[in-house]
Write a protein that binds this ligand. Structure first.
Ligand SMILES: *Cc1c(COP(=O)(O)O)cnc(C)c1O
Length: 409
C-alpha cells in the first residue's frame, strides 16, 4: 500500500497562494483544492479522488451533487428563486407541511444559516419567557453547556467556553449561564425563576463527538417540563440521519420544545435552516417581530423538500445506523496503540488518539495522501462523518486506510 503524497500541480499551488493572499485567514484548511464531487467522493484539481469523511460538517449527508436534489434545484431556479416574505410563494407551504409531518412538529420558522436558527430560537424563547412564563422584562436567562458549538454570531460566541472563539470579540450580550454538559444535577441547580430556556446539542460535535451519559436527556426533559423551561435541542449537526435516526433526540426517547435543523436540510446545495416548535413558543411571534430576506424563499424550499425526500426514500437514515456500526467496529478492530477510543453514533464518529501519539493533524495529512479526507478536532481527535450513502465496501476501505495511515506516521 502506498503512503506517498498524491501529486499536486503548479496550478493547485497557485490557487492556494491566491486564496492565502486575498482571503481573510480565518481557516487553516488541508491543502487540497477540490473541483468536483459525486456521492461520497470528491476530486481535486489534479484529478485525485478522495472519500469525503467530513461531508462539509454534515451538510452533505445525502452525498455530493445528489442528482434528484440537483434536478429540483435547477427546475426551481429556472422558475422562481426569491420573492421575499412580503409576498407568498407556492413552495413554502409544502415545505412547512412536509417538514412538520416528518419531524412531528407543529410550526416552522425558516432561516438560512444554522447560526441564524440558533439566534432566532434565543429571541423567541426570551419573548416566550416575558409573554407566557411571566418573567420581568429584561431578566430572561438561558442556560447553555460548556464546550458548546452553536455558531459564530456575537450572541452565540458570547456564551462559548472556548477562549479563541470569544477572544477579542466582546462585549457580549448578558443573560446566559454556562453549566457542564452531561450533568443533569447542574441543570436543576442552575434554573432560577428567570430561566426561560436550556440550549444543548444532543451530541457535542465540534467538541469532538462527546456523547452524554445514558439517561441524561430523560432527566433533562423531566427537569425542563417540571421547571417550565423551554428545551432547545440544536440538531443542526446531529439531525437528519447523521446519528442513525432522523433526529438524535429519538435515541433518548424524548421530544424537545424547539428543535434546530440546518446543514443537511438542503443537502449541501443551499443554506437552509429552521426552528421547529410546538405552537406555544413560536406562536409568540407576530408580524414584524422577526424576519429574513432569504428565509423561506422558493428555491430554498424546493431544494430542502427534495433533500428530505431522498433522505427518507433512499433509506439513508437506516444506512447511517448500519454503516455507522460497521465503521465503528472496523475502526475499533484496528487496535493500534495510538488509538485511545473510537466513539460515536451512526455515522457521527470520532477516533481519539493518545496525547503522545503525535496529534490528529499529521494523521489527517497522512489520510489525505491515502485518498481520505477527514478533519482533526482539538489536537487529538479525528472526526469521521462520511455521507450517509456510504456502502459496506467503502466503510471497510475507510478502516483499512485509517490503519495504513497510522502505520505510516
Ligand atoms: C454548524 C453548526 C451550527 C452553525 O451553523 P452555520 O450554518 O455554520 O451557521 C450550529 N450548531 C451546530 C451544532 C453546528 O454543528
Amino acid at each position: 500500500m502506498t503512503t506517498t503524497t498524491l501529486a499536486r500541480s503548479p496550478s493547485a499551488a497557485l490557487l492556494i497562494e491566491k486564496e492565502q493572499h486575498y482571503g481573510a485567514r480565518n481557516y487553516k484548511p488541508l491543502d487540497v483544492v477540490l473541483t468536483r464531487g459525486e456521492g461520497v467522493h470528491v476530486w481535486d484539481v489534479d484529478g485525485n479522488r478522495y472519500l469525503d469523511c467530513l461531508s462539509a460538517y454534515s451538510a452533505v449527508n445525502q452525498g455530493h451533487c445528489h442528482p434528484r436534489i440537483l434536478a429540483a434545484m435547477t427546475e426551481q431556479a429556472s422558475r422562481l428563486t426569491l420573492t421575499s416574505r412580503a409576498f407568498r410563494n407556492d413552495q413554502l407551504p409544502a415545505f412547512y407541511e412536509e417538514l412538520c409531518e416528518l419531524t412531528n412538529s407543529h410550526m416552522v420558522l425558516p432561516m438560512n444559516s444554522g447560526a441564524e436558527a440558533v439566534e432566532s430560537a434565543l429571541k423567541v424563547v426570551r419573548k416566550w419567557g416575558y409573554e407566557i412564563k411571566g418573567v420581568a422584562e429584561g431578566q430572561a436567562e438561558i442556560i447553555v453547556c460548556s464546550e458548546n458549538f452553536h455558531g459564530r454570531t456575537l450572541a452565540i460566541v458570547g456564551f462559548s467556553s472556548d477562549d479563541q472563539t470569544r477572544g477579542g470579540f466582546g462585549p457580549f450580550a448578558p443573560g446566559f449561564r454556562i453549566i457542564p454538559f452531561g450533568d443533569a444535577d447542574a441543570l436543576e441547580a442552575a434554573i432560577g425563576p428567570n430561566t426561560v430556556g436550556f440550549l444543548v446539542e444532543p451530541i457535542q460535535g465540534e467538541a469532538g463527538v462527546i456523547i452524554p451519559p445514558d439517561g441524561y436527556f430523560t432527566r433533562v426533559r423531566e427537569i425542563c417540563t417540571r421547571r417550565n423551561v423551554v428545551l432547545i435541542l440544536d440538531e443542526i449537526q446531529t439531525g437528519l440521519g447523521r446519528t442513525g435516526k432522523l433526529l438524535a433526540e429519538q435515541h433518548e426517547g424524548i421530544e424537545a420544545d424547539l428543535t434546530l435543523v440546518g446543514k443537511a436540510l438542503a443537502g449541501g446545495f443551499y443554506p437552509v435552516s429552521a426552528v421547529l416548535s410546538n405552537t406555544e413558543v413560536l406562536g409568540v411571534l407576530k408580524p414584524g417581530d422577526h424576519g429574513s430576506t432569504f428565509g423561506g424563499n422558493p428555491l430554498a424550499c424546493a431544494v430542502a423538500r427534495m433533500a428530505l425526500k431522498v433522505l427518507v426514500e433512499e433509506g439513508m437514515i437506516e444506512n447511517s445506523a448500519r454503516m455507522g456500526e460497521r465503521l465503528k467496529a472496523g475502526l475499533g478492530a484496528i487496535g493500534h496503540p495510538a488509538i485511545k477510543e473510537v466513539r460515536g453514533r451512526g455515522l457521527m464518529l470520532a477516533v481519539e488518539l493518545h496525547p503522545d501519539a503525535g496529534g490528529a493533524r499529521p494523521l489527517c495529512e497522512a489520510l489525505k495522501g491515502l485518498g481520505l479526507l477527514a478533519k482533526d478536532t482539538h489536537d487529538h481527535t479525528v472526526r469521521l462523518a462520511p455521507p450517509l450513502i456510504l456502502t459496506a465496501d467503502q466503510a471497510d476501505w475507510i478502516s483499512e486506510r485509517f490503519e495504513a495511515a497510522l502505520r505510516s506516521i
